[in-house]
Write a protein that binds this ligand. Structure first.
Ligand code: MN
Ligand code: MN
Length: 299
């Protein structure tokens, strides 16, 4: 496939996607596991990055969603190419650093690597959480625009911790949508991609939207799709998705990577970006740039 893209444009989209993910994580974490009425009673509409939440975060602090994606990006950049061993080692070092949060399925997969060197967790029908899908940005950027490479990277990173058909399908769909956004397609085209996923796996149905935002990957993606397609701009997409509560940092992170890639870095509200840790922003920007440089389309 020949894809003509402007390298500078690609860089802005990659940075937008990364910072959009971090902003969505930090915004959503405040209301993670809250219900819609609880959020409304406490905040009216939750629209500021103020920290707190069940993890008692500092304003602008991100969680496992952003941190695990950064582990993948760092592994790829340091190894100068894809290596699931290097990614697993980064995950292990991260887990040892006592992260603020880590999902049970992720923890089990990382522990299996630490104890036995396991790089692919056995199939488990119950591993339908969103922990692998939330990490799809670095594999999508590195593989762009090669769909076969995307598939390999998506499944290899996913199965370090999650091996389940809906998780796999969600990872591939998010990766494909990111590739399409980098090619400059419309939201209508992206909606067709989401509808194709629903045609294969009805669990992802988002029209009508069932208003479930749990950590079950089908609920997570249905929520992200609903608010991403409904949103008028970056802020509207993100405010919508996190006010649905539930696994709000993860719906925020995934919606943030799609919307940040789609609308670009300049569409992210300055007041949100300013809340992120300076070091995180410079880390994220450098990693985004290097993933794009490592990618043949970005040269
Ligand atoms: Mn999280
Ligand atoms: Mn979460």
């Amino acid at each position: 496939m020949i894809v003509q893209v402007d390298p500078e444009q690609l860089r802005q989209q990659a940075r937008g996607a990364f910072l959009g993910m971090a902003v969505g994580d930090a915004l959503g974490a405040t209301v993670e596991f809250m219900t819609v009425p609880e959020i409304a009673a406490r905040y009216g509409v939750h629209r500021e990055i103020i920290g707190g939440g069940w993890l008692r975060l500092k304003p602008g602090q991100v969680t496992d969603d952003t941190e695990m994606a950064l582990c993948i990006a760092r592994a790829v950049v340091n190894r100068q190419g894809w290596s699931r061993e290097a990614i697993a080692c980064e995950f292990a070092a991260w887990l040892k650093s006592r992260p603020v949060d880590c999902g049970d399925t992720c923890r089990r997969g990382i522990r299996a690597f630490m104890l036995h060197g396991t790089l692919e967790t056995p199939y488990n029908h119950w591993d339908g959480g969103n922990g692998a899908a939330m990490r799809m940005l670095p594999p999508a950027l590195l593989s762009f625009p090669d769909g076969e490479l995307l598939k390999k990277y998506a499944l290899e990173q996913a199965r370090l911790t999650h091996h389940q058909e809906l998780s796999d399908a969600a990872c591939l769909c998010i990766g494909t949508m990111l590739h399409l956004i980098l090619q400059g397609v419309s939201k209508n085209r992206l909606r067709r991609e989401a509808e194709a996923l629903v045609a294969r796996h009805h669990q992802f149905g988002f029209e009508p939207y069932r208003r479930l935002a749990s950590a079950y990957v089908a609920d997570t993606l249905a929520t992200v799709f609903h608010y991403f397609f409904k949103g008028r701009d970056f802020e509207h997409c993100l405010t919508g998705v996190v006010n649905q509560g539930g696994d709000a940092d993860t719906t925020g992170a995934i919606c943030g990577m799609l919307a940040g890639c789609y609308y670009g870095i300049d569409a992210i509200p300055r007041r949100w970006l300013k809340k992120l840790d300076r070091r995180l922003v410079s880390d994220v920007e450098q990693l985004a740039d290097r993933l794009i440089v490592a990618n043949p389309a970005g040269r």
